[in-house]
Design a protein around this ligand. Structure first.
Ligand code: E4P
Length: 224
């Protein structure tokens, strides 16, 4: 299971990149719009400088011609840019056309296994099932990942990776891995939460206290 960061915030990306566990970044128009200052291209180029892995940049056109034009432009920004298109018929056509030009695509907003299958057949590099948004409407996000993984497994020609998206909490990451996802793209806060455990905090505090107590009680060495 690889971990991507789901943000356009350069500060978050810089910090998470230092941890040494990041394999890529996903953005979307909402995440880009949330950040003030830098423009879209500038942001994507800056991310690509910080993280050596796939960086998803999403199209906003609603027709295939527009998506292809945007995709060709984005792909020229950096070799690691992945063109993100919505899971629509226009999106599938755009993926087919972009894939023929050697441009990798992330088909996003996947909510059923057929969307994932058609995206894979069109040549998508990754498909992004949105787990959290499905659970928001009381559907089983993990079952979607399991079904996509099972369908992909049946066809040896499918190399498309499953990227679990709309992750809301750390359990989603491990559940996605067990359900067959290859990648989880996580908000910064969820990644930070992954390393939190009260027993780690209390154990660490106790080790430190015991160490200091021993140092304070030891008589100073005669030779010093
Ligand atoms: C994935 O690429 C999307 O950017 C993201 O996971 C959307 O998640 P949300 O439901 O938290 O907006």
């Amino acid at each position: 299971m690889k971990i991507f960061l789901d943000t356009a915030n350069l500060g978050e990306i810089r910090e998470a990149a230092r941890w040494g566990i990041l394999s890529g970044v996903t953005t979307n128009p909402t995440l880009i719009a949330r950040e003030e200052g830098a423009g879209f291209e500038e942001t994507i180029r800056a991310i690509a400088e910080m993280v050596d892995g796939p960086i998803s940049a999403e199209t906003v056109s609603q027709d295939a011609d527009g998506m292809v034009a945007e995709g060709v432009e984005y792909a020229a920004w950096h070799p690691n840019v992945i063109v993100k298109v919505p899971s629509t018929l226009a999106g599938i056509e755009a993926v087919s056309r972009l894939a023929r030009r050697g441009i990798r695509c992330n088909v996003t907003l996947v909510f059923n296994p057929n969307q994932a299958l058609l995206a894979a057949l069109a040549g998508a590099f990754v498909v992004s099932p949105f787990i959290g948004r499905l659970e928001d409407i009381s559907h089983d996000g993990m079952e979607l990942i399991r079904e996509i993984a099972a369908v992909f497994e049946l066809d040896p020609d499918i190399e498309t990776r499953i990227l679990s998206a709309s992750i809301r909490h750390p359990r989603h990451i491990v559940e996605s891995a067990l359900a067959g996802a290859h990648i989880a793209t996580c908000p910064f806060g969820v990644l930070r939460q992954c390393m939190r455990h009260p027993l780690t905090d209390s154990g660490n505090a106790a080790f430190l206290a015991d160490w200091r107590a021993r140092q304070e009680s030891d008589p100073p060495d005669q030779d010093e």
